[in-house]
Design a protein around this ligand. Structure first.
Ligand SMILES: *[C@@H]1O[C@H](CO)[C@@H](O)[C@H](O)[C@H]1NC(C)=O
Length: 102
């Protein structure tokens, strides 16, 4: 549940609000959001999308830029829209059928 909460914050662009308030903003914001995103990446729904330990080290050392998490969200949205679409087309079809009969 904690992961979903962090993921939601990441999606909302309020990722840094997940940082413990005891830090009182006394941390490197870039590093903090990078580590949080890296955490989400390691918990990716698709195991194949999770980074290897070697990649994790490279991300932490700043040698490699972290991939964007956004595409996964976009893909999920697309899947939902594709599923919702046939219903919409059906209702439009029914609607035109009715108005055509008048
Ligand atoms: C993200 O934004 C939505 C819509 O504004 C809001 O309902 C939700 O509570 C937010 N999530 C978090 C974790 O703040």
């Amino acid at each position: 549940m904690l992961v979903d909460w962090v993921r939601e914050h990441c999606h909302n662009g309020t990722l840094l609000q997940t940082m413990d308030t005891r830090f009182h903003g006394n941390y490197d914001k870039d590093k903090a959001s990078m580590v949080l995103k890296l955490g989400l990446l390691c918990l990716h729904p698709l195991p194949s999308a999770r980074p290897s330990m070697k990649q994790v080290m490279e991300y932490l050392e700043g040698e490699t830029a972290l991939p964007e998490l956004a595409p996964t969200h976009i893909n999920n949205v697309n899947v939902m829209q594709t599923r919702g679409f046939p219903d919409l087309t059906t209702s439009i079809g029914t609607f035109s059928g009715l108005s055509g009969g008048r």
